[in-house]
Design a protein around this ligand. Structure first.
Ligand SMILES: [Zn+2]
Length: 450
């Protein structure tokens, strides 16, 4: 009799594989963090398992992949509300970011990761740029790892910024940034659970020379890279002013547009630019909530999909979203494009679930290990419990997941075969109420609350 570390029985399984395989009453067996059995449940099937979950009435989906977040911003929800990006940055994010302490970074990363796990996210990418104290990055990585979430840590850099009031303490030569990325990569050996990436922050805070140097480093070391791209009009205006070119053209000219590049936002793209990005194999991280919150616009995602681009979803930092809830982002991603296109078929629930799973996996270069439920892939699985007023009755689980679900429907979150969240309890031992009190006490210490 075969032995598994974990067996999930009696679940409806939406694999999200290429054949859209759905098993009405299925069983999943996990060994060493990997799915080694996935089939229809048979009455006489017997197996040994260290842990069994009876998922009767529940639906198993692949865990969500959030490709863009800034963990430290989880302490800034609602601060600087109702302002456009540069004014929002200068009034809330930058003043806090330059003096964030190790303790605050830890609490913020806990908030982001636990909320992510609770809303079905199994892989989270932090886009890190508060580099004034190198140890903050270490605290963030260590805390993310502690929660049991699969992490991609993007240690980005800024080598320019006086025009836009980028704080001096963030600005560093690209060589120093590369040195620190190397330090982190040596200290935290990359494995299936952690990858360390880099990239320039944004056009108006990085130079062409900086982009070229980081590109050379990434291509040489096979490190993937990311950047905020065309989030607002300023991105392109700055580029036109300094280099006389649109940002996409400039990046293409230096060879920056490759399939190792994850472009974040892409709100303002022309049809030609979409064609160029698609031809180069660039993936996009679509962050609809942040783009709406800051009035940046709405990314032309249906056109990007039509051009065969790989699209993933991100929540962005909680300062420009106010949550790190992927279900919330999925719902928005499905709805806004229907509205903008005045066409209910412009986006479907299935396409959105694909962006949140397989699209995210591909955007991170992890499509062979995560993103679908298949034998041989890592066991990143969520169990969706439909038994909530908000989501009942369920006629089509994919539509329910996108349009009616909330985090309270996520019963269990499994990462790499480990149950990291189940029914209100996190396996890392952190209690939600206790965390709430710790965060509020820290906010009082820095004078942000009475
Ligand atoms: Zn961002």
């Amino acid at each position: 009799m075969k032995a598994y570390d974990l067996v999930i029985e009696n679940a409806a399984i939406y694999t999200m594989d290429a054949n859209k395989t759905m098993i009405e009453n299925g069983i999943i067996g996990v060994k060493d963090g990997t799915i080694s059995l996935l089939e229809k449940q048979s009455e006489d099937f017997g197996c040994q398992a260290e842990k069994r979950i009876d998922a009767r009435g529940m639906t198993a989906f692949p865990g969500f992949v959030n490709t863009h977040v800034h963990c430290f911003q989880s302490l800034l929800k609602g601060l600087g509300a109702d302002r456009p990006l540069i004014s929002w940055l200068n009034s809330s994010v930058q003043p806090f970011g330059v003096r964030v302490t190790h303790r605050q970074q830890e609490l913020a990363a806990l908030l982001a990761c636990l909320e992510a796990l609770k809303s079905g996210c199994t892989t989270l990418c932090d886009f890190f740029y508060t580099n004034q104290d190198p140890e903050l990055a270490d605290v963030c990585v260590e805390t993310m790892k502690r929660t049991g979430i699969r992490c991609v840590f993007m240690r980005t850099f800024q080598d320019y910024g006086e025009e836009y009031n980028v704080p001096d303490c963030y600005v560093e030569p690209v060589e120093k940034a590369i040195e620190d990325v190397e330090r982190l990569r040596k200290k935290f050996r990359s494995d299936d659970m952690l990858s360390i990436w880099t990239g320039p922050d944004v056009t108006w805070a990085t130079t062409k020379k900086g982009c070229e140097a980081i590109l050379e480093y990434c291509l040489d070391r096979k490190v993937r890279y990311t950047m905020h791209l065309n989030e607002t009009q300023e991105d392109n205006e700055m580029c036109l002013r300094h280099y006389g070119k649109n940002i996409v053209d400039l990046l293409d000219e230096i060879g920056f547009l490759t399939d190792q590049f994850l472009a974040v936002h892409c709100v303002n793209l022309t049809q030609n630019e979409i064609k160029t990005l698609a031809e180069r194999g660039v993936s996009i991280s679509h962050n609809p909530a942040a783009n709406l919150y800051l009035g940046s616009g709405i990314a032309p995602i249906p056109a990007c999909l039509q051009a065969d681009m790989n699209i993933s979803l991100g929540t962005d930092g909680a300062a420009s979203n106010n949550t790190t809830d992927m279900l919330d982002t999925m719902r928005l991603a499905a709805l806004i494009h229907k509205g903008v296109c005045r066409d209910a078929t412009a986006m479907s629930a299935e396409k959105v679930v694909r962006m949140a799973t397989k699209g995210g996996a591909k955007a991170l270069g992890m499509e062979k290990t995560i993103g679908t439920l298949e034998v041989g892939k890592k066991a990143d699985i969520i169990l969706f419990d439909p038994g909530r007023i908000r989501s009942v009755p369920v006629h089509d689980p994919i539509a329910t997941l996108v349009y009616s679900a909330s985090a309270e429907n996520i019963h269990t979150t499994i990462v790499n075969g480990e149950v990291v969240y189940c029914n209100g309890v996190f396996s890392c031992g952190i209690d939600e109420v206790q965390l709430y009190h710790q965060v509020m006490s820290e906010m009082r210490n820095i004078g942000l609350h009475d």
